[in-house]
Design a protein around this ligand. Structure first.
Ligand code: NAD
Ligand code: PRE
Length: 301
């Protein structure tokens, strides 16, 4: 049974975990650390965790569960920081958006430790200590990617923990996770970053026109393209092979659409758009959409 949780990195994800514990599992004692002093001060002010510590070692010393909530490129450094201060029984987990590289980094920095990587598939385009809110994980998936020899009791405890925060828990192989998320999250973000960049670079269209005439579709892309640059740089560098593989497929499909438009093949366009419309309806039926009004754009705390 997890009775104390240490959160390293008090931004959107770390802050939301702290607030979700407070709301759903108030008996759990929380401590936290962020390397940025301003973030620590903001976390203290918002009460994201019970105790904000001034170093990572103090934050993790008494914890049953330590969750690393830093960009994936910073996981190894954050793990090294806590290595000497962990209690013997501590479970170490994370929330990184890619899983194979994080699992490798944690295993390298914390040999012999109980490590269960995880990815709550929930977020917004906001970041930092003001962005977190308690209901972020409600009815969202949290994917656990244990190694084959992971401790079953630790896996069960971590699953129970995420269930208490409102998430639906799924267990998946890390390699498969990275391939699936490349298609469902990483490439959609790359497309948004690219189209917004392309629009702002167009010489025939001024930047003020891009902003002024942002129609619905483009506006949705600008929300995603406003996501944190450090987080996303690290996601693409860490999930390189899966992203490049899926990007190859996507480029071929895009070329087929280009060909259909050039040759006036309305049937091909209609067939694809009908198929994608059906998928959207399925996503809504299965409750995986973000149709909560203004989701991610207002203070949800
Ligand atoms: N934003 C999302 O939508 C989302 C969703 C699911 C998972 N994730 C993953 O969660 C993690 C955190 O993302 P976020 O959105 O909360 O980012 P964030 O920028 O809001 O917070 C990250 C925090 O980590 C701190 N930090 C960086 N290096 C550190 C270190 N070595 N030690 C201590 N603190 C350190 C930063 O100061 C920052 O406050 C990332 O790995 C990301 O891939 C993000
Ligand atoms: O809703 C958003 O704004 C998000 O980008 C959240 C989102 C996603 O792609 O769904 C982003 C990265 C994560 O690792 C998990 C969730």
């Amino acid at each position: 049974m997890i009775q104390s949780v240490a959160i390293i990195g008090l931004g959107l994800l770390g802050g939301s975990i702290g607030l979700a514990i407070k709301a759903n599992a108030p008996g759990i004692v929380t401590t936290g650390y962020d390397r940025d002093p301003e973030t620590r001060a903001a976390a203290e002010k918002r009460g994201l965790v019970g105790t904000v510590c001034s170093n990572a070692g103090d934050a993790v010393a008494m914890a049953d569960l330590v969750i690393l909530c830093v960009p994936v490129g910073a996981m190894e450094a954050a793990a090294r920081d806590i290595a000497g201060a962990l209690s013997d029984h501590a479970i170490i987990s994370d929330v990184g958006s890619s899983k194979q590289s994080v699992a490798e980094a944690l295993a390298k920095a914390l040999p012999g430790r109980t490590i269960i990587p995880a990815h709550p598939v929930a977020g917004t385009e906001q970041s930092g200590p003001e962005a977190g809110f308690a209901s972020l994980f409600t009815n969202r998936w949290c994917i656990l990617t244990p190694a084959d020899d992971a401790d079953p009791a630790a896996l069960e405890s971590l699953g129970e923990f995420w269930t208490r925060l409102g998430a639906n828990v799924e267990i998946m192989d890390a390699e498969h996770h990275d391939l699936v998320l490349a298609v469902t999250s990483h490439i959609p973000h790359l497309i948004a970053f690219t189209i917004v960049g392309t629009a702002s670079d167009l010489e025939e269209v001024t930047r003020s026109e891009v902003i002024k005439y942002s129609a619905g579709g483009f506006r949705d892309f600008t929300r995603i393209a406003a996501s944190d640059p450090v987080m996303w740089r690290d996601v693409f560098l860490s999930n390189k092979s899966a992203v490049l593989e899926m990007l190859g497929r996507f480029s071929e499909d895009l070329t087929a659409m280009q060909r259909a438009i050039r040759s006036g093949d309305g049937d091909a366009l209609h067939e694809l758009f009908s198929r994608t419309r059906a998928i959207r309806r399925q996503v809504i039926q299965e409750g995986q959409d973000d149709d909560r009004p203004d989701f991610g754009r207002k203070d949800h705390s």
